[in-house]
Design a protein. Structure first.
Length: 414
C-alpha cells in the first residue's frame, strides 16, 4: 500500500490531509490578497523595481520585542523613502524572517535570504550569537551585513574583504562609559559586579567592562562579582546567588542581557533587600525593561546608542513623523529609532550608487559615505578602514513611568 492509499483508508489521516491542504490553500489565497492590497508592504507597483533587503531577527521568544521594534524602524525608513521617491523607479522591500534569537535558525534564514530571496543586503540582525552564525554566510555570498543590533567586538574586526558594517557604539564603549561614571561616583573597582548572558554576547560585555576596570586598577576576573544566566531563559536564580555570595557585596551591577531575565533579576534582588546601582547595556531594550518592572525600575541606568526618541534633533523629529505615517499605533522606542537610523544610512548609501546596484556596490557605497550627518548634529564616519559609523553613548534613567534622558553628572548627584 502506498502512502496515498494509507491516507484514503485511515480517517484520522484523511482529516489531517484535508486540514493541511486547506491551510496551504488559505496561505496561497492570503499571499494573492496581500499582492492586491495597496496597503501591504509586499506591493510592488508595476513601474518600479524592487530592492530586496533581508533581515533575520527575533520575532518570537524572550527577545521578540527587540526584533519586532527593529523591524518597525527599518520599515518606517523604507516606507518614507518609497513615498518620497528617494530611489527613483525603485522600491525598497524588507524580507524579515524569524530566528527566535537562536543561531541554528539564523543559519537557515541567512541561506534563504541570500540564495532564495537574493537580497542585496542584510540589515538589523538582533544579537551576538546569531550574528556570529550569520556573518560567515554573508561573507561567502558577498552580502553586506549592515546595522546589526549588537555591539560585540566580533563584528568590529578589520579586513580587506569585511562585509560587516556597523552603525552603533560597541559594548566595550557602553560598559567603559558606565565604569568611568561609577568610579567617578566613588564606587571602587572591586565593588562593580556583572550579570551576563552565558554566551558570546555576555562574555563580550563582561570583557569590555573588565578591560575598563583594569584601566583604573589591576583585578583578576575571578575577583569580580559575576552572575550568569542561560540564553533564551529567565533562570537567573543561580546568577543572583553568585552576586549575593561574593566576598564583597557589589554596590553596582552592570547587566548584559535581555529584558526578561534582567527584569527578573532586579525583582528578585529587591525582594532580597539587595539594591545596588543597576545599569544595563542597550541590548536590554530599556523601554521593555521599564515597562516590565514598573516602580521597581526607579533609578536603573541604561546606555543607548541613539539619543532619546523625544529629543528635538532633526533625526528624532523625522523618526517620529515617519513612525506616525508608518503606523501611529506602534509606540516609539530606542530600538525602533535605531532601526530607522540604520535604514536611513543604508538608503543614503544605495542612493549614491551610480550604475548597477549589486551586493558589492552596496558595500562599496557604505564605505564611501565618509563623514556625514544623518540628523544627529554630529558627524558619523564610514570608510574602507572604518566600519563603525557612531561611537556615541547616551545614558537614560528609568523610573516607574518612562525613560528619561540624563547625563553622567546626574548619576554623581544621586
Amino acid at each position: 500500500m502506498n502512502a496515498y492509499g494509507a491516507i484514503l483508508r485511515n480517517r484520522p489521516l484523511r482529516l489531517f490531509f484535508a486540514i493541511t491542504v486547506f491551510s496551504a490553500l488559505q496561505s496561497v489565497n492570503q499571499q494573492h490578497a496581500n499582492a492586491a492590497d495597496p496597503n501591504s508592504h509586499n506591493v510592488i507597483p508595476s513601474d518600479t523595481r524592487p530592492i530586496r533587503i533581508g533581515m533575520s531577527t527575533a520575532l518570537t521568544g524572550p527577545a521578540a520585542e527587540l526584533g519586532i521594534n527593529m523591524r518597525h524602524g527599518v520599515l518606517a525608513a523604507f516606507a518614507e523613502a518609497n513615498a518620497s521617491n528617494t530611489l527613483p523607479s525603485k522600491r525598497l522591500d524588507l524580507i524579515a524572517l524569524d530566528d527566535g534569537y537562536e543561531p541554528a535558525r539564523t543559519a537557515l534564514n541567512m541561506h534563504a535570504l541570500t540564495a532564495d530571496h537574493r537580497v542585496l543586503s542584510v540589515i538589523g540582525n538582533v544579537g551576538t550569537p546569531t550574528a556570529i552564525t550569520a556573518i560567515p554566510i554573508a561573507q561567502k555570498t558577498h552580502t553586506p551585513f549592515f546595522g546589526a543590533f549588537t555591539g560585540a567586538s566580533v563584528l568590529r574586526n578589520r579586513g580587506p574583504s569585511n562585509i560587516v558594517v556597523n552603525y552603533r557604539a560597541s559594548y566595550a564603549e557602553e560598559t567603559a562609559a558606565m565604569v568611568d561614571a561609577l568610579l567617578a561616583k566613588g564606587i571602587q573597582p572591586e565593588e562593580i559586579g556583572f550579570f551576563t548572558q552565558n554566551d558570546s554576547f555576555g562574555d563580550d560585555g563582561f570583557s569590555g567592562g573588565l578591560a575598563a576596570i583594569r584601566r583604573h586598577q589591576a583585578l583578576e576576573a575571578s575577583s569580580v562579582p559575576h552572575g550568569r544566566y542561560r540564553r533564551n531563559t529567565s533562570d537567573v536564580e543561580d546568577g543572583l546567588a553568585d552576586l549575593l555570595m561574593h566576598e564583597s557585596l557589589p554596590k553596582a551591577v552592570i547587566m548584559v542581557g535581555t529584558y526578561e531575565p534582567c527584569s527578573k533579576l532586579v525583582r528578585l534582588a529587591r525582594a532580597n533587600d539587595f539594591n545596588p546601582q543597576f545599569l544595563a547595556v542597550s541590548f536590554v531594550g530599556a523601554d521593555a525593561l521599564q515597562r516590565t518592572l514598573g516602580s521597581m525600575a526607579d533609578g536603573i541606568v541604561a546606555t543607548q546608542v541613539v539619543p532619546h526618541f523625544n529629543s528635538e534633533l532633526p533625526l528624532t523629529c523625522q523618526y517620529r513623523a515617519a513612525m506616525q505615517t508608518y503606523d501611529a499605533e506602534v509606540p516609539l522606542s530606542f530600538v525602533s529609532l535605531e532601526g530607522y537610523t540604520v535604514g536611513r544610512i543604508l538608503i543614503k548609501a544605495i542612493a549614491s550608487i551610480d550604475g548597477e546596484i549589486t551586493r558589492d556596490a552596496v558595500t562599496h557605497a557604505l564605505e564611501q559615505l565618509g563623514q556625514f550627518d544623518i540628523g544627529l548634529r554630529r558627524p558619523l564616519t564610514l570608510g574602507p578602514d572604518d566600519h563603525q559609523a557612531c561611537h556615541e553613548v547616551w545614558p537614560v534613567m528609568l523610573d516607574s513611568n518612562e525613560c528619561h534622558a540624563m547625563s553622567w553628572e546626574d548619576l554623581l548627584n544621586e
